[in-house]
Design a binder for this molecule. Structure first.
Ligand code: ADP
Ligand code: MG
Length: 723
């Protein structure tokens, strides 16, 4: 394989040096139909009605919708848009959109630009090809998309042409959610209702709304585009299915937070500029642990908007990379043996009047409130650890979870020493008689209870309390964070309600005493989910087993959590997912898991039979000819043992790979006999994946033996270090 010289976009770098950047604030959000634009463009009464509807989550009347649509169209046309699209989140893949031009026939051979309230509010994509998991038969395939007013419309510029994108939900005609946004919106409402109820009991009557926030830290790999296109596996599956580890990996730890190279810096700059225009508050950028691995993190936002923005971040990363002749890999494990990519999902609850419910406060009262919400979250994670695990399940993430670089599949909570001690004190009954004085003695009277440094030290925990938020670290880099966020919101809503029930049962009185009493009673039941140690350690697996915590290593195992009565009751009670909607997700994600592995297996088959074996045979021939040629010249006395043993090993490996490949093929054929989704997914996970691992070992050995110029695809060292 010929080495390439990285094609650095020198022109771009030069330009960036010459031209000064504008302050971000001067153009932030200019490609969104933001509240500011709406205020400018809409009649006052319409604007107010729209804001009220957004706030209350109410439907728009047609008069308002028409006025908004008109203003939106005018704004979009001013900004060069020719088309509009309802932009939504199907159950698999990232986002979907179908474009329509803003035109209507206005006379013979003439058109005019038009966009109605109806078109804004509701769209009808031909949805028959989206997976519905049995929610609707194909003959009644038409679902519809509906504008989610709480997320601003934006301009999508991609190549030539600009499209007005309208963030939307996607629903069947019976009202069933066919997407990932609808359940998220429902869960946001659920946790708002429950949290407000608890706040009232804790005598907060001021807050009117509780908001769930997300701050996703997006990790990704970025390699030269030329390498990307030379690897069928990267193009088709997003990861390298074959490849021997490079001589240098990440052991020097010289990449993490290292100075960002010029080419990457220019790329990141362009990504961020585009994100700012879309109103996405990208804040942090840095090198990650593995070579050619990076991270981008925004300032956190309301869950609904934060999710949309993360989807746009993933999209932009890939789009802008092309302009720099780079390829962004969002896959959870693009290179075996090298750290994979995750997406820490930072989550918190705040009120409309600025209270963070996970922030220990300055007064005993604040801290009682903090402890109540903390307990609720612990209860939720303890009860639904399996659901959390299921929410991050995918064929790709299975390569990462538990691979000593990412949290294990065991979901536990890290609280930090100080908080743990405080809870222990409460449990032991030191705070039997609760007065403000005892609260002060407990060390929970004022801040900071947990300093960030202290809580952040344990990076191995899958669900860590980090000062004023929780950080769910098992989420995969390529995932839509919608469902993980939906699960967290819903399970916490349930626990908050339980806590509220308990408080109500005990009646009014000393609320602080009541909360402390409840913590004392509840803590022993849930504290098995707390773990402050090293989550990567082998002993933790044994310990977790002793504690009865689920350790669901594979996605098919984990997805079983969606079938349980417990999950059904939870989602139904909070009207987040009906049993049918839940079941459809179970089916779709099992199917997706199987398809992902099947595609990988077929890709592996194709690469090996059409690239690897031919290269090996060629080298085998070269060696054989060299041996016989040398013998001819030097006679049989010549010592050819090294070449001979190499030839022998290569011949063995060619045979070994071919046999294993035949085995893989027959395993793939046997899938046809398995009808049940769950059984099929188990089969792919246990049988097909193991067969692939077996083949890989031998191919990776071949890679080390065969002449470099004959190896038919870029190697790890090139992809990871030539940039
Ligand atoms: P780390 O050390 O894990 O990189 P950062 O402080 O950089 O942590 O924060 C990571 C992410 O967490 C950012 O996206 C940030 O906006 C987000 N974040 C901070 N506070 C909150 C909060 N209260 N709720 C949700 N996300 C938050
Ligand atoms: Mg983090």
């Amino acid at each position: 394989m010929r080495k390439i010289t990285p094609t650095i976009a020198t022109e771009r770098i030069y330009k960036a040096e010459k031209e000064k950047d504008l302050p971000i604030s001067s153009y932030f959000g200019e490609e969104t139909f933001s509240q500011k634009v709406m205020k400018e463009k809409l009649p006052k009464s319409i604007y107010e009605r729209l804001m009220e509807n957004i706030d209350k989550g109410k439907k728009l009347d047609i008069e308002t919708a028409n006025a908004v649509a008109h203003a939106m169209k005018e704004w979009a046309l001013e900004n060069g848009a020719t088309h509009f699209a309802h932009w939504f989140q199907p159950m698999t893949g990232a986002t979907a959109e179908k474009h329509d031009a803003f035109i209507e026939i206005s006379g013979p051979g003439e058109v005019m630009e038009r966009f109605t309230g109806e078109q804004l509010v509701q769209g009808e994509p031909d949805a028959s090809s989206f997976p519905s998991g049995g929610l609707r038969a194909t003959f009644e395939a038409r679902g519809y998309t509906a504008w989610d007013m709480s997320s601003p419309a934006f301009l999508r510029k991609n190549g030539i042409g600009t499209t007005l994108c309208i963030p939307s939900v996607f629903i069947s005609y019976n009202g069933e959610a066919l997407d990932k946004k609808t359940p998220l919106l429902r869960s946001i409402r659920a946790v708002n209702d429950s949290a407000l109820r608890l706040l009232k009991l804790l005598s907060n009557r001021k807050s009117k709304k509780v908001i769930s926030n997300v701050g996703p830290e997006q990790e990704y790999f970025c390699i030269d585009m030329d390498y990307f296109y030379k690897r069928q596996d990267l193009v088709l599956t997003g990861r390298t299915i074959l490849g021997a580890p490079p001589a240098k990996g990440q052991e020097l730890e010289d990449q993490y937070f290292g100075s960002i190279k010029q080419r990457m810096q220019s790329f990141m700059h362009d990504v961020e500029e585009d994100l700012y225009k879309l109103g996405i508050p990208a804040k942090t950028r840095h090198n990650e642990v593995a070579p050619s691995q990076f991270e981008i993190a925004p300032i956190f936002e309301e869950a609904n908007i934060g999710v949309d923005h993360n989807l746009l971040v993933m999209d932009k990363l890939q789009q802008v990379a092309r302009q720099h002749n780079l390829a962004v890999l969002l896959h959870e494990k693009p290179f075996a043996g090298i750290n994979g990519s995750g997406k820490h999902l930072n989550w918190s609850l705040t009120t409309d009047d600025g209270i963070n419910l996970f922030k220990p406060g300055k007064t005993p009262h604040d801290n009682i409130q903090f402890l109540a919400f903390l307990l609720a979250t612990m209860k939720a994670v303890h009860r639904h650890a399996d659901l959390l695990r299921a929410s991050v399940g995918s064929a790709a993430n299975d390569h990462r979870l538990g691979a000593n670089e990412a949290p294990p599949a065991i979901i536990s909570i890290f609280l930090g020493d100080q908080l743990t001690k405080i809870l222990e004190c409460i449990e032991k009954g030191i705070a039997n008689d609760v007065t403000d004085k005892t609260i002060i003695d407990l060390g929970i009277s004022s801040l900071p209870v947990v300093s960030r440094d202290n809580s952040d030290r344990n990076r191995t925990s899958p669900f860590a309390f980090t000062g004023n938020k929780f950080e769910f670290r098992a989420v995969g880099s390529s995932q839509n964070i919608s469902f993980p966020a939906t699960v967290i919101n819903t399970i916490v809503a349930e626990s908050i309600d339980e806590l509220a029930d308990m408080i109500e049962k005990r009646g009014a009185g000393n609320i602080k005493q009541t909360v402390i009493d409840i913590i004392k009673e509840e803590l022993p039941k849930v504290k098995s989910v707390l773990f402050m140690g090293d989550n990567y350690a082998e002993e933790w697996h044994k310990e977790a087993k002793r504690r009865g915590l689920p350790d669901l290593k594979t996605t098919p195992e984990a997805l079983r959590a969606l079938e349980t009565k417990k999950a059904q009751t939870l989602f139904e009670k909070y009207k987040v997912l009906s049993p049918l909607e839940l079941k459809s997700r179970h089916t779709i994600w099992l199917e997706k898991f199987c398809k992902d592995i099947e595609i990988e297996a077929r890709t592996m088959f194709s690469i090996i039979s059409s690239q690897v074996i031919p290269a090996a045979v060629k080298y085998q021939k070269e060696l054989a000819e060299s041996i016989s040629g040398t013998e001819k010249v030097l006679g049989t006395a010549a010592d050819l043992s090294a070449q001979k043993s190499l030839l022998k090993r290569i011949t063995e490996l060619i045979n070994g790979v071919s046999t294993a490949l035949a085995m893989l093929k027959s395993k793939l054929e046997k899938r046809n006999g398995i009808d049940d989704h769950q059984k099929l997914a188990d089969y792919f996970s246990n049988e097909v994946k193991t067969a692939m691992d077996e083949i890989r070992k031998q191919v990776d050995e071949l890679e080390l033996h065969i002449a470099d110029d004959m190896w038919p695809m870029p190697k790890f060292w090139e992809m990871l270090f030539v940039n």
